[in-house]
Design a protein around this ligand. Structure first.
Ligand code: GLU
Length: 310
């Protein structure tokens, strides 16, 4: 096992080992802005709790964070509502596709967890209760800028608009939530915020930096600012571990052994508790909609560092 102290060597090794796999998987093609991304792109970044950073590959290239945004909106909603949030969304793995409608109907409008689309829509609705659409979008972007320490983070309007043009399943989920009285704001407002949070563009460096509070019991170990409580941080990590990769969450836990959240843009944010926050990016997805090479890279990383929590 390599010494986790030698982070540059470790990320270089992971990058090297992934070379022969680059291009594998299927890039999300439901919107043009994602379909045209080069499937051979790859990046990995690590930020440790003691302030060290290391990256390899295209760590400066921004990509669409998509469902990784759900971790940050969950943090914001828990901060605002506390445990009351769990009456609107459970924290159980779904075992179903990320955008499944059947389960939501069977379970009377209470989504299984905040990291599938239905649950994320309920979380976004909880955030909307405090302001209008534009203010809520601004507050999510501001939260990410603050966490990443980078005011240059932006939303890709082309992606947000195409999500809206093609988001019929998300619209169905939002309407089901509304029909079961689990959505307070108008469906179109909730969808507008959700599509914008998915369309935030960040690179692996910024995302790894933004997630660092989750590795350090809710406190950013570099700025020393409290982002959330230790209790809530533990909850978010638990939900990431059990639900962060949709119906492949068990497989990810077995292979990687870290709380993680994937997005269809090909990013994965993973947390090594008390050690580091990690982000990988490789746009080709596996059959469950998670980055294929990204998952392999994280598996390799935990083999090299011994960072699996198990
Ligand atoms: N914008 C995507 C959707 O809502 C996000 C899915 C994902 O990243 O897994 O369908």
């Amino acid at each position: 096992m390599s010494q986790p102290e030698d982070l540059p060597a470790i990320v270089a090794q992971v990058h090297h080992d992934m070379q022969r796999h680059l291009g594998r998987g299927k890039v999300a093609d439901y919107i043009p802005a994602l379909a045209r991304i080069d499937p051979r792109n790859f990046a990995i970044s690590i930020v440790t709790c003691d302030g060290r950073t290391a990256s390899a590959g295209l760590a400066h290239v921004p990509f669409s964070i998509q469902s990784i945004s759900k971790v940050f909106t969950l943090t914001m909603a828990l901060n605002r509502l506390g445990g009351a949030l769990w009456s609107r969304v459970w924290r159980e793995p779904s075992g179903s596709r990320f955008n499944s409608i059947v389960q939501l109907e069977q379970e009377k409008g209470i989504p299984r967890n905040p990291l599938i689309n239905a649950g994320a829509l309920a979380v976004t609705d909880a955030l909307l209760a405090a302001g209008d659409v534009d203010k809520t979008i601004d507050s999510i972007r501001a939260f990410l800028r603050r966490l990443a320490g980078d005011p240059s983070i932006v939303i890709d309007e082309e992606v947000a608009e195409s999500e809206a043009d093609t988001g019929f399943r998300n619209a169905s989920l939002a309407n089901f939530l509304r029909a079961f009285d689990n959505l307070q704001s108008p469906v179109e407002d909730v969808l507008r915020v959700y599509f914008h949070q998915c369309a935030i563009r960040m690179n692996t460096r910024q995302l790894a930096r933004a997630g660092l509070y989750l590795a350090n019991r809710g406190v950013d170990p570099i700025s020393l600012g409290r982002v959330t409580t230790p209790f809530k941080s533990r909850r978010i990590n638990a939900v990431m571990m059990t639900c962060g990769h949709y119906d492949a969450s068990g497989d990810f836990a077995c292979r990687v052994g870290l709380p993680g959240k994937s997005g269809v843009g090909g990013g994965i944010l993973a947390i090594a508790p008390r050690k580091a926050s990690i982000c990988v990016w490789s746009p080709g997805l596996n059959a469950w909609g998670n980055s294929l090479v990204g998952s392999m890279a994280l598996q390799r990383l935990t083999a090299l560092t011994g960072w699996s929590v198990f």
